[in-house]
Design a binder for this molecule. Structure first.
Ligand code: BDR
Ligand code: CA
Length: 307
């Protein structure tokens, strides 16, 4: 049985790959969009573009256009002006099913059992849903987040983009009391890297989807190289999908995780209590290591099943 998910995203190169992977390994009940890598209008357009390219028959609902409290920030340096720079953009004929992602999240969870939330952008929509309908916390199967880190950040030394971009929303989600909350942070996602060799593998597949993703990767890897001098770019968001579809590929540890919302130097830090004698309760399964080779072959196999 494939897990039923709502993919809450801000495409974003790695969001696009997460959607592709989820399209084959999960049952996507809906895609919701949020301001993040690019402004909401663009992340929504990019989500529509991807559902159309992948021929996924799923509704797209636009969500929050800004964080709860802090000013909106985007990640143009990683994803370009459109949020999905690189490939030639195909014409989009699809339209959003609504502009109320939060309502869609709440009603879907109330109406259907065993829904997983997979947020791979800032957590604004999920926090608003929890605030408006606290009953969904016990009803949902779980939440698998790409966000945070056990060590280094990427926006600041401790702040990872998705948490840093809306720390107040992230704090609400980590404090909500979900029975199954999984965190794929930067410490994990940097183990799932893409490089020129992966791009060559996609070129060899040669279908439309592989070509599109290869072009996405060329832009993303190049931007990453320029920004960090690294040769291997982390494929963050698919890790949150793998955390529920292929949990055996990831080693998790139960931890107490809280989000720093006020810190001058630590805004958006996921503060992990590593004390052995701590009395803080565990609220999160934190991913520490992932099998890169098998994970990449799952992703590449999925790509090869598309047109
Ligand atoms: C996260 O931020 C975004 O740029 C990526 O899509 C990913 O979700 C990594 O910090
Ligand atoms: Ca993302």
């Amino acid at each position: 049985m494939k897990p039923k998910i709502i993919l809450d995203c801000d495409p974003g190169h790695d969001d696009a790959v997460a959607m592709m992977l989820a399209g084959r390994t999960t049952e996507i009940i809906g895609v919701t969009t949020v301001s993040g890598n690019a402004p909401l209008a663009l992340t929504t357009e990019n989500a529509l573009l991807m559902t159309e390219l992948l021929q996924l028959d799923v509704p797209v609902h636009a969500g929050a256009s800004r964080p709860l409290i802090v000013k909106p920030s985007h990640a143009e340096e990683a994803h370009g002006k459109t949020g999905l720079d690189g490939p030639k953009r195909p014409a989009i004929t699809r339209e959003v099913s609504s502009n109320n992602a939060v309502e869609f999240i709440i009603s879907t969870i109330r109406e259907q059992d065993d829904i997983w939330l997979v947020p791979i952008g800032p957590l604004t929509n999920i926090a608003l849903a929890v605030a408006q309908a606290p009953d969904i916390v016990d009803k949902v199967a779980g939440v698998s987040i790409m966000g945070g880190s056990t060590d280094l950040g990427n926006v600041t030394s401790k702040g990872e983009f998705n948490i840093w971009a809306d720390p107040d929303a992230a704090a609400i989600v980590f404090d909500a009391g979900f029975k199954d909350l999984r965190m794929a942070g930067l410490n994990l996602t940097h183990q799932l890297g893409i490089d020129d060799e992966v791009i060559s593998q996609l070129d060899a597949i040669g279908n439309k989807t592989a070509n599109f993703i290869a072009d996405l990767f060329r832009f993303y890897l190049n931007a990453y190289k320029q920004r960090t001098k690294g040769d291997v770019a982390p494929l963050h968001d698919p890790c949150a999908v793998l955390a529920i579809t292929h949990p055996d590929l990831i080693q998790f540890q139960k931890k107490n995780v809280r989000v720093e919302t006020q810190g001058i130097h630590t805004r958006g830090m996921t503060v992990i209590d590593d004390r052995e004698y701590s009395h803080e309760s565990f609220n999160c399964d934190v991913g520490y290591s992932i099998d890169r080779d098998v994970s990449l072959s799952v992703i590449i196999d999925a790509i090869s099943t598309y047109n």
